[in-house]
Design a protein around this ligand. Structure first.
Ligand code: NDP
Length: 330
């Protein structure tokens, strides 16, 4: 295990955490119980922030970036995991306080690992990655809220052509919901329709400041954009409906009022994938294994080498990535 491998390391450069390539060995990894040979990682919005240095994602440096990874156990000091097990990790502080997936090897805590569902290849699991698993957490959260029923009314998905949005549309459509996609890229409409979107709303419409109580339209929604978009989504949600919010691609502010919540009992359900308990993760991955059409998944996915990460980081922050990017770390 003395061979060297290339890692995308987030280090402090000119006072800010930023990514660059570095040669490492297994001896450079933290002393966690399970050694995994990583096959693939992914590119999420948060990875774009970490690599480019445009967001302070890494809270200690240096560390290996990449919030997701998938691979095979090589060595384990605990009985739950054995050499040869196919595993993945989403979140748990990878790329924030822990070494992540942008390297051929990772040493991981046993409680972070999830067994790869049989239906997915390693590349498909990473095509889903944090973005897709978060979309599944959001659908689960809406169903748990209990007022949103398949076939009744419209469910809004914002940031539709992005990673979270694309998987959210596919999952909602598979469960029978009538999905309206909000996108700023009209050229993606055929793509979004192929995933299951029935109606479209220009994202600029949701970015115009509106009143606190607008015409009721959405029975529910999944928002990865935040800011005025989320405030409008809440103001346009029907009595008793809910919006599951997970992202800030359009801004971290929330310029709204309490009015939709106190006059229409509209719920704003926050969704965090990073520290989600194992029970929620298992449920989200079970939904993905059951409902996600693999042909659709393949149609939203592109495979890229690690060497492209610096350019891809800029692209995802500029809203230029459609669907999901799998990173081949070999
Ligand atoms: P992507 O970049 O793949 O998708 C984001 C989409 O948002 C874009 O494709 C675009 O959709 C839209 N968008 C981008 N910029 C703007 C803007 N300025 N104004 C309005 N819309 C915009 O990112 P991901 O899907 O990976 O992540 C989406 C968000 O969710 C991010 O903020 C990310 O940090 C967050 N996230 C949170 C998680 C959690 O645990 N809470 C987990 C995963 C992601 P279109 O072109 O269709 O308009």
């Amino acid at each position: 295990m003395s061979e060297t491998f290339t890692a995308m390391v987030i280090d402090t450069i000119d006072g800010r955490p930023k990514g660059s390539f570095r040669e490492m060995t297994v001896a450079d990894l933290p002393d966690n119980d399970v050694l995994v040979e990583v096959a693939y990682s992914t590119l999420n919005y948060k990875d774009g922030l970490a690599i480019s240095g445009k967001g302070k994602i890494a809270r200690r440096t240096p560390l290996i970036g990449g919030v997701d990874l998938c691979g095979t156990v090589v060595e384990s000091r605990v009985p739950e995991w054995k050499a040869g097990d196919r595993v993945m990790v989403n979140g748990w502080g990878l790329s924030e306080t822990e070494f992540g997936g942008y390297a051929r090897f990772a040493k991981l805590k046993p409680e972070w690992l999830i067994r790869l569902p049989d239906v997915f290849s390693e590349a498909q699991a990473m095509a889903i990655g944090t973005a897709g698993y978060t979309a599944a957490l959001c659908v689960d959260a809406l169903e748990k809220w209990g007022t949103i029923r398949p076939g009744e009314g419209e469910v809004l998905v914002t940031g539709a052509a992005g990673g979270v949005g694309s998987v959210a549309i596919a999952l909602l459509a598979a469960a029978g919901y009538n999905v309206t996609a909000s996108t700023g890229r009209p050229e993606t409409q055929d793509y979004l329709r192929s995933l299951g979107a029935r109606n479209f709303i220009d994202r600029a419409v949701l970015q115009e400041k509106g009143g606190p109580l607008q015409k009721e339209r959405w029975t529910g929604g999944i928002d990865s954009v935040g800011s005025t978009t989320l405030a409008n989504a809440l103001s346009q949600t029907v009595r008793g409906g809910a919006i599951a919010a997970c992202g800030l691609a359009g801004g971290a502010d929330l310029p709204g009022t309490v009015i939709p919540h106190i006059l229409r009992s509209v719920a704003l359900i926050g969704v965090d994938s990073v520290m989600a308990p194992q029970s929620q993760r298992q449920s989200a991955w079970a939904r993905l294994a059951r409902d996600l059409d693999l042909a659709k998944l393949d149609s939203i996915t592109q495979m890229q080498p690690m060497s492209k990460l610096p350019d891809l980081a800029e692209d995802i922050l500029a809203g230029k990535i459609r669907g999901r990017v799998v990173i081949d770390v070999s």
